[in-house]
Structure formats: structure tokens, C-alpha cells
Design a protein around this ligand. Structure first.
Ligand SMILES: [Zn+2]
Length: 292
């Protein structure tokens, strides 16, 4: 893992999300867990070497952020938004999360095959969250403050974790930096409002859910890409195109690669994005609850 400050480690270069941990004066706080078994065990051991793991925060429900919880045995509490808890390892028509995690083993983590659990074993101990929140939450561990901001959009239970003492925020998949954006469980209107909300946070460093560590500038880049996606499909809907025509003609395949290890999924991501947006843009958009 890459050490980006005295107290913060992040992994941005292996298949799956960008898991991270923060070392405090009173133990460690983990943000998301690696999808690949070998990486999950390595990160668990490394994090524990700096002190007891007080909290593990899952920023969202997607398998690449939560599957590795299985390997994090000694964690005092696991926190997520209620929507993440409710959708933990939920099977969607587009993706069966357990099978998706399994599919990555031969290519991305062959050494992990021996510790990859069968389905029954996995679901007997998935290490689901035990602290469930419905909005924002703030707490201190040692000298560090952790502000969890509910920033729905990419998924309904999306959280961002702001650590003011490090001048950092971990925004999860609210930012895909330099790689394709996944929209199949997303509400883009909410997502754009959440990006706007994060613009107000006073930090220097942004840890995205995928891609290299960045700055708040990438909030604008992500917003622009979401607007491009919405505009492209909205224009097609306005022209009276069917979903099939959109699938045949649209997409942003030339813009970014899919994140590490998922290059072969470009067509799936494009199809899922078009399907999701077409369905959202051919009905009245749901209304975002007002900010408190
Ligand atoms: Zn995601």
C-alpha cells in the first residue's frame, strides 16, 4: 500500500476499490476493504500492526468495497449507511457480487484461491456493518476526527469520510478518477448534488473510489462526465431513439479505460450505464431530499 501521509495508507493500484486506513493515537480506522483475498489479508495485517482496528467504514454496497470484510476478523465496529447494509451483497440482474469476486481470482489473485471461501462459508461470516446510520455522523478516535457525510448518488448509501486533521477526504465511488464511471445502481441527479456538497469541504487531498489520489478539481471533472452521460442519453431520448438504438450508437468507450483488472468489462459498463440512464430519463426524475 502507498503511504500518503504519516498516518494514512491507500491502495490505488490493484483490482477493486481504493481501500485505505488512518492511524490514530488510539487505534486504526479502515475505509473499505480489498476485494482480492491476498490483498485483504495483507491490508488487515498491516493495519493491525499499527494498533487495534476500532472502526471499519464501508462507503458503499458494491462488492469491491465490502467483500474483503470477510478477512477482517478483529474489528471493533463496522459502520455503513442503512442502504449499504440493506443491499450488502445484493444480487442484481447485472452483477452477482459473490460470483464477481470469484471470477477475479484466476486472473488477479491466483494465490488467493486457497483462502477464497465457498458461498456457504462466506455468507456464514460476511462481517456486515453493526453500526447503521441514516445520515451524517461524526466521531473522534484518538486525535483524529471522522466526519461521515451521506452523499448518495453512485449508490443510495454512499458515504464520504472527511478527516480534517489530515486535510483529506475519502469520497469512495463519488469519484472515478481517470477511469470509466459505473452508473447501474446510480441516481445521477443525487450524485451531482453530492459532488456539489463535497465542493464545500475544506480539504487538500481527495482519495477517490477508483484511480489515483487527486484534489477537489476532480469533483468538477466527475460532474462534467456525469453531465455528458446524461446529456448524451437525454438528447437521444429527445430524438425519439429506442433503448436499442442508444445501445448500438452511444457510449464513451474512447474516453477512459475501465479501472485496473476490469478492462474486459468496458462493454458491460457501457451497456449498464445506458440501460440505467435510459430508464431514468424516460420517467420523471426522482427528487432528492433537501439538505438539512
Ligand atoms: Zn461502486
Amino acid at each position: 500500500m502507498e503511504q500518503i501521509s504519516k498516518n494514512v495508507f491507500v491502495e490505488t493500484k490493484v483490482r477493486g476499490c481504493n481501500p485505505a486506513f488512518v492511524i490514530t493515537s488510539d487505534g486504526v480506522v479502515v475505509i473499505d476493504t480489498p476485494q482480492l483475498p491476498t490483498r485483504a489479508v495483507e491490508m488487515y495485517q498491516l493495519a493491525k500492526s499499527y494498533g487495534p482496528i476500532r472502526y471499519l467504514i464501508n462507503t458503499e454496497q458494491h462488492v469491491d468495497h465490502i467483500f474483503g470484510n470477510y478477512y477482517f476478523d478483529e474489528v471493533e465496529h463496522i459502520i455503513s449507511h442503512r442502504a449499504t447494509f440493506d443491499n450488502f451483497m445484493t444480487v442484481y440482474p447485472q452483477i452477482n457480487p459473490y460470483l464477481y469476486a470469484k471470477e477475479a481470482i484466476p486472473t488477479d489473485d491466483p494465490e488467493g484461491a486457497s483462502i477464497f471461501p465457498d458461498e456457504k462459508t462466506y455468507f456464514s461470516k460476511p462481517n456486515k456493518p453493526d453500526i447503521i446510520i441514516d445520515g451524517d455522523m461524526e466521531f473522534k478516535v484518538g486525535d483524529h476526527t471522522f466526519q461521515l457525510l451521506w452523499t448518495p448518488g453512485h449508490t443510495p448509501g454512499q458515504l464520504a469520510v472527511v478527516v480534517p486533521e489530515e486535510r483529506m477526504m475519502f469520497v469512495g465511488d463519488t469519484i472515478f478518477n481517470g477511469c470509466q464511471t459505473w452508473l447501474y445502481t446510480s441516481n445521477v441527479e443525487q450524485w451531482i448534488r453530492s459532488l456539489d456538497r463535497l465542493l464545500e469541504v475544506d480539504v487538500d487531498i481527495v482519495i477517490p473510489g477508483h484511480g489515483p489520489v487527486c484534489t477537489k478539481q476532480e469533483l468538477y471533472v466527475q460532474r462534467a462526465f456525469l453531465l455528458e452521460w446524461v446529456t448524451q442519453i437525454a438528447v437521444a431520448v429527445g430524438k425519439g431513439w429506442s433503448k436499442e438504438e442508444c445501445l448500438a450508437k452511444l457510449g464513451f468507450a474512447d474516453r477512459f479505460p475501465v479501472d485496473i483488472g476490469q478492462e474486459y468489462m468496458l462493454n458491460d459498463v457501457t451497456v449498464n450505464n445506458i440501460n440505467a440512464l435510459y430508464d431514468q430519463l424516460t420517467v420523471k426524475m426522482p427528487v432528492m431530499p433537501r439538505k438539512k
